[in-house]
Design a protein around this ligand. Structure first.
Ligand SMILES: NC(=O)c1ccc[n+]([C@@H]2O[C@H](COP(=O)([O-])OP(=O)(O)OC[C@H]3O[C@@H](n4cnc5c(N)ncnc54)[C@H](O)[C@@H]3O)[C@@H](O)[C@H]2O)c1
Length: 311
């Protein structure tokens, strides 16, 4: 069971580490464009194995895709974070270039892989990888919903002083500001959260969740990696172990929830074929309106990418 992680930066290296120490894969290949960087991170992960007792083989390489051949799953984390003075459109162009070039190489050497995109802007980078790979939509998916729901669940657990294990939730829509929270589908040990947390408090938790990424950037000067890396590894696990886990995942919608030709987070069943089923739950009017707003926001960014591609 071979898994490749492209990008050995903060998120990629964390994901590779989780895949290794939790023995989710038997072989993890970490690839980066920076000379020696992935080799160093892989060596460090390998040297932790005798301490933490795992036998996953972790290897690193500098842009050598032959080493990634026949991977079952490939996680793409390569991309730049937004730098001061960089416009959003610059970031889209840069990261779309990186994600596109990486995807081409990935499918050349691992034509049967399932691709999990992590690079930002997430929904649109998933679009880019899907276009370039020409794989069916169930095999090119983006990680955002697990992270966003994890943040929401952790805030609820803190508020109620209960274990985060007992909090179940689902969110829809784009990553970040335009996510669509569904408090009526949030439970604490089976109890609807609306029975336990007052509406105004829950609303402030939801607002904090939407700005969850920004809160961390403000504190650390860069975006998060522990939770994003673990979230991507959890998606890999669901696929390689054919677990049929139910997760919010970003993918191309073709009419589900009334949305067409747009990449948004929706609850799915994740197994050995990637997305095996979309769980098209009923939404009320307010939720549908929020999803429409999310669709509009993501489509606007997709159009920026389409415009750049046409040049
Ligand atoms: N989807 C999410 O929820 C989520 C969460 C956190 C971060 N992110 C995104 O993930 C990406 C990675 O974040 P990070 O903190 O790990 O950044 P990072 O800068 O630490 O790592 C990125 C790595 O990508 C490598 N890279 C660049 N171009 C490459 C190429 N062509 N081929 C191979 N490797 C290449 C860089 O050398 C670097 O090591 C960013 O776009 C970030 O915004 C997404």
């Amino acid at each position: 069971m071979k898994v490749t992680v492209v990008g050995a930066g903060n998120v990629g290296a964390t994901c590779a580490d989780v895949l290794a120490y939790r023995e989710i894969a038997t072989e993890v290949v970490l690839l980066d464009i920076r000379e020696g960087f992935a080799e160093g991170k892989a060596l460090d992960i390998s040297q932790k194995a005798p301490i933490d007792l795992y036998d996953t083989r972790t290897i690193g390489c500098t842009n050598d895709y032959t080493k990634t051949a026949n991977s079952e799953v490939v996680v793409i984390t390569s991309g730049l974070p937004r730098k001061p003075g960089m416009t959003r459109d610059d970031l889209i162009a840069t990261n779309a270039g990186i994600v596109g070039a990486v995807t081409e190489q990935v499918v050349k050497y691992s034509p049967n892989a399932i691709i999990i995109v992590v690079s930002n802007p997430l929904d649109v980078m998933t679009y880019q990888a899907h276009l370039v790979s020409k794989l069916p939509r169930n095999r090119v998916i983006g990680m955002a919903g697990i992270l966003d729901t994890a943040r929401y669940r952790s805030f609820i657990s803190e508020e109620l002083n209960v274990s985060p294990k007992d909090i179940q939730a689902v969110l829809l829509g784009g990553h970040g500001d335009t996510m669509v929270p569904l408090p009526r589908y949030t439970t604490v040990g089976g109890i609807p959260v609306t029975e336990l947390i007052a509406a105004d408090k829950l609303q402030s938790i939801l607002e904090r969740t939407k700005r969850g990424g920004g809160e961390l950037v403000k504190l650390m000067g860069t975006s998060a990696w522990y939770a994003p890396g673990s979230a991507a590894a959890q998606m890999v696990e669901a696929i390689v172990k054919d677990q049929k886990r139910v997760f919010p995942v970003c993918m191309q919608l073709q009419g589900e929830f009334g949305v067409k030709d747009c990449y948004l987070g929706v609850p799915v069943v994740l197994g050995k074929n990637g997305v095996e089923r979309i769980l098209e739950i009923k939404l009320n009017e307010a939720e549908l309106a929020m999803l429409k707003d999310s669709e509009k926001a993501v489509k606007a960014v997709m159009q920026v990418l389409d415009g750049q591609r046409a040049k």
